[in-house]
Structures are given as structure tokens and as C-alpha cells.
Design a protein around this ligand. Structure first.
Ligand code: ZN
Length: 164
């Protein structure tokens, strides 16, 4: 389901677009989700910045289901994306572009569905886990590695800041 817009015109006219996606409409996302339930809504706003670059503000909210990497059962992931994209040259002045702005090469047309897919893939956790998963992981059920406990400790610590 492509959603192709003419980038410069979309931004110069300050257009907005709202769309809703289910995982079945985003083929590349299908590999990363547990099933096709859930969905995401997207709001895109076009504008032109002080450097005359077309810019898009993208907001996405929703929920997708992924597989918990410990028990391999589905778990929900809340989607919250807020991203600004600027198309053109990077700012070379002292301040540069703020961290919240991602600069992409200029393009004539952009497929907003493809963009949504990209942002979603980036926003999914690398190692999704139930917060209080009640099943031992595959590493704990089969051959026990002497380092399994250590690895579990480490990955728990690494996950600590992405559990909210
Ligand atoms: Zn689990």
C-alpha cells in the first residue's frame, strides 16, 4: 500500500496526512512481528525550515505484537515515534542540526508507507522480553552454558532502561 507524495509540494503547502497501518500492509515489518494483530496510526506534517529544506514531522502511535525472546510467546509493544526528517544538505554552521532532526538526501517523491515501515523497524526493541517473563528461555532449557547466568544478568541490566 504505497503512499507516495511529492515531497517539495507536500512541505511547501504545509500538508498533513494521516494514515493507519496493520502489519499486513507493511511487508518488511511482517518478519519482525509475532502476528498480524495490532496496528499503528501515523500523522505526517510537511513544512520548510529556515534553510529551505523540506521537512517532515512524523508521529506514530499504536501497538504491535512481537515474540518475547525468552519464552517465544507473543507480547505487545507500545509504539511511540516522534521524528523530524529534513531533506537536503546537513547544516554546516556551528550549531548544526539538532539531534532530533535526521537529515536525508533530497528526493522528489517519498513513499510515506515505506517511511512508516522504516521508523517502525527502528522503534521495535532488539530483544523483546516480557517484563516478568515466567518461562525460562531456550538457553536455560537445553544444554546449560556455564555463562548463561552471567549473560542473563547482563542482558537484564541492558534492558533496564527500555522497560517503560
Ligand atoms: Zn516471555
Amino acid at each position: 500500500m504505497p503512499l507516495i507524495v511529492e515531497l517539495t509540494r507536500f512541505c511547501e503547502d504545509s500538508r498533513t496526512l494521516e494514515a493507519a497501518f496493520s502489519p499486513t500492509q507493511l511487508p518488511r515489518l511482517l518478519d519482525s512481528v509475532a502476528d498480524t494483530t495490532g496496528g499503528v496510526s501515523m500523522q505526517v506534517r510537511g513544512w520548510v525550515d529556515a534553510r529551505d529544506r523540506p521537512c517532515l514531522d512524523i508521529q506514530m502511535t499504536g501497538q504491535l505484537w512481537v515474540l518475547c525472546q525468552r519464552c517465544m510467546r507473543p507480547m505487545p509493544v507500545d509504539i511511540q515515534v516522534g521524528q523530524t526528517l529534513a531533506f537536503g544538505e546537513e547544516s554546516l554552521d556551528e550549531a548544526g542540526d539538532p539531534d532530533s532532526v535526521e537529515v536525508l538526501p533530497p528526493m522528489e517523491h517519498i513513499d510515506l508507507a515505506e517511511l512508516a515501515e522504516e521508523e517502525l523497524l527502528l522503534s521495535l526493541p532488539m530483544l523483546p522480553r516480557h517484563q516478568d517473563c515466567d518461562l525460562p528461555g531456550p538457553a536455560d532449557t537445553g544444554k546449560q552454558s556455564p555463562f548463561a547466568a552471567l549473560n542473563a544478568l547482563r542482558s537484564d541490566a541492558g534492558d533496564a532502561d527500555r522497560q517503560d
